[in-house]
Design a protein around this ligand. Sequence first.
Ligand code: PNS
Length: 161
Amino acid sequence: MNAAIYPGSFDPMTLGHFDVIKRASKMFDRLTVSVLDNKAKNALFSVEERVNILREATKDLPNVTVDSFSGLLVDYAREKDIHISVRGLRAITDFEYELQIAQTNRLLSKGMLDTVFLTTSLEYAYLSSSGVKEMASFGGDISPCVPDFVAKLIYEKYNNK
Ligand code: PNS
């Protein structure tokens, strides 16, 4: 059985992430989407909220499970006995950051964790969670960027502030 992890902050999941999830779920028998529990980052959604959003969005994808992790990705992957990490590449600006993560993971895992990149679909090439949050915070229309139920949750967060 070939399995992969799609790790990330997912604060929150965008349609760009969802596009990668759907495509990766067709390539692997089992895909674990895992939210990094990074206490240092000032997140809009708690890890539990992010996991719930991803679970709701992927409920019709039977081979996708959603989880969270803290610490090093290589340790988490070893625990799960998974050897492939999936990441989306939007534009050339992502490349250096992604290359660094991928090389670090390969080094730390002594070659046991490799990274597969999916280029994001063109309509999502300029989409980012931080851009979506900024648009929403100023009342912009984020409906082309995230599922409707997620847009509602984001607007709720900003109205509560
Ligand atoms: O969505 P993001 O924030 O770009 O995802 C980054 C992520 C979660 C993939 C990366 O920061 C990560 O794996 N962090 C866990 C800590 C770790 O393993 N660091 C070593 C590789 S840089």
